[in-house]
Ligand binder design. Structure first.
Ligand code: TPP
Length: 570
């Protein structure tokens, strides 16, 4: 364990300033450029102080949109995402976004106004105990009681949000604290400890890997978060061990690379799931054995020992017993592992790897589906190929999300932005906004369903207001497709409450928001539609009609193990 200390210098040491002004100046000092939010009574002093600052505030049209945009901004930029809301309904509207960031370990700071301290606890107008409400879904939270604490709290919040296992931090600021004048902001002492495992533990991990005959590398979202992508790519290249990825980690290994078998789990590839089930060692990096990845846990990888690398000690051994647990920042630990393995005899797993490479080729997907209708897998594959290396897919949740994960090609982990742990519909559109603002030169495409887009469709106004050149694809099956699919297979085709055939005309909706749009409803229009989408400079929406009966395959039924995949016709 090495530790470096940093002493915080208060933003302002002399002239008295309001708490609100200190919020803004501290955010500026921390290098925040972009924040998302929505004003209201209890946060008006901060909005007042925003005017004339260097911060670029994006007014979203719903606080949930602001939280999702901040989350996605963080995922793509690697910085801390920031969002703001007023008390009561503004704050509760952030809750889904906070939970989303928590489950996917995304660094985010959420600033809420609250009623003045003198009326707290009296059911004052727009009063909600947002600290209490969010307690189980934040990494940390503060109720600030004195303006003098503001710079220190914000600095600490940023530190907590991004250090260790990242996550969302809430700062609740009563209105009187925002108005309070202070000339004595207190300082803070932060410790930037970097956790690195003991050399002996790395030795144990290396020994287990050397002893394995059928190892599989299981890559999670923590690899991207810790900046360990190159180290993991080096490990994969050096050892030749077959790799599988969680939904959140797609792109860590470029799609299509030798020995990469694809996503594991409920909608994973046959190859990835079978390799894991047959393996004798799982090398798990920055993943948490999510049930969507493992299927029936007690039957998951039944013959495998586990070497688990994770920054969060509570994840190690939580759901699966490990042979070696390597706690600490994944990046230095994988680098240390690579250094160990690069000396001594080479890892010899070529027969095992060849078997899976051959199987991956045999199982390769055929995009030439019969029929005239638009085939979403083919469209998505073509989209990702044409969009090129700067492609970023910001997904919503449902069947289309799984098709994106299965059929798009990703060359880097930032290319795939998805609500993994929470699986929250409504994520796609604001996530596209956050991603485009984080990487303006990237080709950012929101891919959403007709159900999901309706959950935050008001953010089309945000896209238009700021002329954000976001490309939007709605894959419209006029159903809540993923639920409909489950009803088809697990609820005896009782299609209860999934019909969305009375959707509005999305082209007209987009146009009403000031965004050009067009429809694609036949297969022979797909290529030209993608070209038009990609060639358009400003925002544009492509409304794509697909067959309501199309399903996502493979599918591991709930309660089954990952080797028991169902595969249907297209
Ligand atoms: C906020 C929220 N509510 C409900 C769900 C449950 N859910 C998961 S997928 C899905 C259907 C999504 O339909 P659509 O957006 O049309 O996408 P499709 O599955 O058709 O591609 C639903 C209702 C959810 N994930 N999130």
């Amino acid at each position: 364990m090495s530790a470096a200390a940093a002493t915080f210098k208060p933003a302002v040491e002399t002239a008295p300033q309001s708490g609100a002004r200190l919020v803004v100046s501290t955010l500026e000092k921390l290098g925040v450029e972009v924040l998302f939010g929505y004003p209201g009574g209890a946060i008006m002093p901060i909005y007042d102080a925003l005017a004339g600052s260097s911060l670029r505030h994006y007014l979203c049209r719903h606080e949930q949109g602001a939280a999702f945009a901040a989350d996605s901004y963080a995922r793509v930029s690697g910085k801390v995402g920031v969002c703001m809301a007023t008390s009561g309904p503004g704050a509760t509207n952030l809750v889904t976004g906070i939970a989303n960031a928590m489950l996917d370990s995304i660094p985010m700071v959420c600033i809420t106004g609250n009623v003045a301290q003198g009326v707290m606890g009296m059911d004052a107008f727009q009063e909600v105990d947002i600290l209490g409400v969010t307690l189980p879904i934040v990494k940390h939270s503060y109720l600030v009681r004195s303006a003098a604490d503001i710079p220190a709290v914000i600095e600490e919040a940023f530190h907590i949000a991004r250090s260790g296992r990242p996550g969302p931090v809430l700062i609740d600021l009563p209105k009187d604290v925002q108005f309070e004048m202070t000339d004595a902001p207190r300082g803070i002492h932060l410790s930037n400890a970097i956790d690195v495992a003991d050399a002996a533990v790395i030795d144990d991990a290396a020994a287990a890997i050397r002893a394995a005959k059928k190892p599989v590398l299981y890559i999670g979202g923590g690899v991207k978060i810790s900046g360990a992508v190159q180290a993991v790519r080096d490990f994969a290249a050096m050892t030749g061990i077959p790799q599988v990825s969680t939904l959140n980690a797609l792109g860590t290994i470029p799609t299509g690379q030798d020995n990469f078998l694809g996503m594991l789990g409920m909608h994973g590839t046959r190859c990835a799931n079978e390799a894991v089930q047959e393996s004798d060692l799982l090398i798990v990096i920055g993943a948490r054995f999510d049930d969507r990845a493992t299927g029936k846990l007690i039957e998951f990888a039944p013959h495998a020992g586990v070497v688990h690398f994770d920054i969060d000690p509570s994840e190690i051994g939580k759901l699966r017993k490990v042979a070696v647990g390597v706690t600490g920042d994944v990046k230095p630990n994988i680098e240390a592992l690579n250094a160990r393995l690069s000396s001594g005899p080479a890892i010899e797993v070529s027969e095992w790897a060849d078997k899976w490479r051959a199987k991956a080729i045999a199982c390769a997907f055929d995009y030439n589906a019969p029929g005239e209708g638009v085939f979403a897998p083919q469209l998505l594959n073509e989209l990702s190929q044409k969009a090129g290396p700067s492609f970023i897919a910001a997904c919503d949740v449902g069947q289309h999300q799984m098709w994106v994960a299965q059929y798009c090609e990703f060359s880097r982990p930032q290319a795939h932005i998805t609500s993994g742990g929470l699986g929250s519909m409504g994520f796609g559109l604001p996530a596209g906004i956050g991603a485009k603002l984080a990487e303006p030169d990237a080709c950012v495409v929101t891919i959403t369903g007709d159900g999901g887009v309706m959950m935050n469709i008001q953010e089309l106004a945000t896209v238009n207001r700021f002329k954000i050149p976001l490309k939007i694809i709605i894959l419209d099956n006029s159903r809540l497709g993923m639920v409909r699919q489950w009803q088809e297979f697990f609820f005896e085709r009782n299609f209860s409450e999934v019909d969305l055939s009375d959707n509005p005309d999305f082209v007209k909706v987009a146009e009403a928001f000031g965004i050009p749009a067009f429809r694609v409803d036949a297969r022979d229009q797909v290529s030209a539609g993608i070209d038009r989408l990609l060639a358009t400079e400003g925002p544009i929406l492509m409304h794509v009609i697909i067959d309501p009966n199309d399903n996502v395959w493979p599918l591991v039924p709930p309660g089954k193990n990952n080797a028991e995949m169902l595969e249907g016709a297209r």
